[in-house]
Ligand binder design. Structure first.
Ligand SMILES: Cc1cc2nc3c(=O)[nH]c(=O)nc-3n(C[C@H](O)[C@H](O)[C@H](O)COP(=O)(O)O)c2cc1C
Length: 146
């Protein structure tokens, strides 16, 4: 199974989360700004992660998602995550990313997932890297189950 993790990160929290997920999946983790269309060729599983910035995914994440043509992710399984602060009103990035991925033809195999940071520059709350690894194990199992 060929997997890829694409992320955006300004302060490193989403990158660290993406790298933990990629390690479990045996995948490369690449920055959204570096994700060329050829990186996607032949992949079976795509995981995309972004910080929530102003209630939505980052601009680089949205630019990457917009670069995916309709049907570009046909036969690709996918999942999305975001990093965010613990606020009563926080907006959403993971759910929006999942909708973009589905619109590009991907099969979404896991609920969009949030990982929490302590402040706008982080760090991640204790246990979140372990939670990211556990989420990646779930995705790996689901992706390999058919
Ligand atoms: C300009 C800015 C806007 C943000 N807006 C939100 C937001 O709307 N909702 C939220 O939950 N977190 C928000 N955050 C917190 C970030 O999502 C969080 O710090 C994230 O983990 C940063 O990821 P990074 O370290 O990968 O850059 C914002 C942070 C910044 C710097």
């Amino acid at each position: 199974m060929k997997s890829l993790v694409v992320y955006d990160s300004n302060h490193g929290n989403t990158r660290k989360t993406a790298e933990a997920i990629a390690e479990i999946l045996g995948a490369r983790a690449i920055a959204a700004a570096d994700a060329r269309p050829e990186e996607l060729s032949g992949i079976d599983l795509l995981v995309v992660g972004s910080p929530i910035l102003g209630w939505k995914p980052s601009e680089k994440t949205i630019a990457f998602l917009n670069s995916l043509g309709k049907g570009r992710l046909a036969k690709v399984k996918a999942a999305a995550f975001d990093t965010r602060v613990k606020l009563f009103i926080h907006g959403d990035a993971a759910g929006k990313i999942a909708r973009f991925l589905a619109a590009a033809g991907a099969e979404i195999i896991a609920e969009p997932r949030a990982f929490y940071v302590k402040g706008t520059e982080g760090p991640l709350f204790e246990g979140e890297i372990e939670n990211a690894r556990a989420w990646a194990e779930l995705i790996k199992k689901k992706a390999g189950s058919d």
